[in-house]
Design a protein around this ligand. Structure first.
Ligand code: SF4
Ligand code: SF4
Length: 303
């Protein structure tokens, strides 16, 4: 199956890149599989909603911890999975920290896999802080989708979301931290669009902090050429110590999330079927066969 016909509102150059991607094409998610490999444990910022024991909220839920892999192990795992799951079309790196904080591991993984499986598509997600430093490398590695977690386009709002940002050897706090992160995210977004790399934006909705501000984020995403905007609810899980910062901020109710999505109905294509998969998810969307492919079940050599 080629993922069906191109919808009238999707430009041809975008359709080319998303038609086999289970996350972006409603059609493709029945026929193509994706996998994430957790090769990126480090992070260069501290979000108030993350306690670093669990996978990055970029793409994942609290309460689950990924198997940390070296690039060599990750490449072996991808090859073993592609032998067992012929629908595999996309490899993503989404944490468990930030995929570009320790970019060498991320890039080495893509290079090793590409040498054996040149048809696999690659994507990654990032908080965007390191993005402007790697734009040409991402283009060279043939990464055709990047997800940036962008929770605010106003540093005063961002100051309530981030405890610190580590940048060029210095740690920043409060509004200064949010300002640096925002400038880097905007530079990264524009640089990716200029290179023809599709950009999806994730925003974590935190009631009382950025919920009223997200329509403005959506407007900026659309203006700058992001092709999808995915609003993710803060998943607050006090039992696992993942309540928001020290204030124990709750996540939005399903009704609050839906009300915001409805309000943004006309904005940059809203994505409603993202499942916030964990950083080592494997399989068709909605299924996770990660346990079947834990490292102890992968042979020492795979071809
Ligand atoms: Fe945690 Fe992800 Fe935020 Fe880093 S970017 S602090 S890993 S939620
Ligand atoms: Fe797709 Fe969302 Fe899952 Fe990533 S987290 S693989 S974008 S559904």
């Amino acid at each position: 199956c080629g993922g069906g016909a191109r919808p009238a509102d999707v430009p041809a150059h975008v359709w080319d890149k998303i038609k086999d991607h289970p996350c972006y094409s409603e059609e493709a998610h029945h026929f193509f599989a994706r996998m994430h490999v957790a090769v990126a444990p480090a992070c260069n910022i501290q979000c108030n909603y993350c306690n670093r024991k669990y996978d990055c909220a970029n793409e994942s839920r609290p309460g689950v911890v990924s198997e940390r892999l070296t690039p060599e192990e990750a490449a072996r795992k991808v090859i073993a999975v592609s032998n067992a799951v012929p629908q595999l079309s996309v490899l993503g790196i989404a944490g468990p920290g930030d995929s570009l904080a320790d970019w060498r591991k991320t890039f080495e993984t893509f290079e090793r896999v590409n040498a054996v499986l040149p048809d696999l598509k690659f994507c990654l997600s990032t908080n965007g802080l390191a993005l402007p430093d790697h734009l040409d490398a991402l283009s060279r590695l043939n990464i055709d989708h990047v997800t940036i977690t962008l929770n605010a386009v106003d540093p005063d709002v961002g100051a309530g979301l981030y405890a610190w940002v580590a940048f060029r050897g210095k740690r920043y706090h409060g509004r200064d931290a949010a300002q640096i992160l925002l400038e880097r995210q905007m530079e990264g977004l524009e640089g990716l669009v200029a290179r023809g790399i599709l950009v999806k934006i994730n925003s974590v909705m935190v009631p009382g902090i950025n919920d009223e501000h997200l329509p403005e984020v959506n407007r900026v995403v659309r203006e700058k050429g992001g092709f999808l905007h995915n609003i993710m609810p803060l998943i607050s899980d006090p039992a696992h110590g993942t309540a928001f910062g020290l204030s124990g901020q709750r996540g939005p109710t399903p009704a609050e999330l839906k009300a915001l999505q409805d309000r943004l109905g006309g904005g940059a294509g809203l994505m409603k079927h993202c499942r916030q998969c964990r950083a080592d998810a494997i399989g068709l969307l909605g299924e996770d066969r990660g346990q079947e492919f834990s490292m102890d079940r992968i042979p020492e050599t795979v071809t």
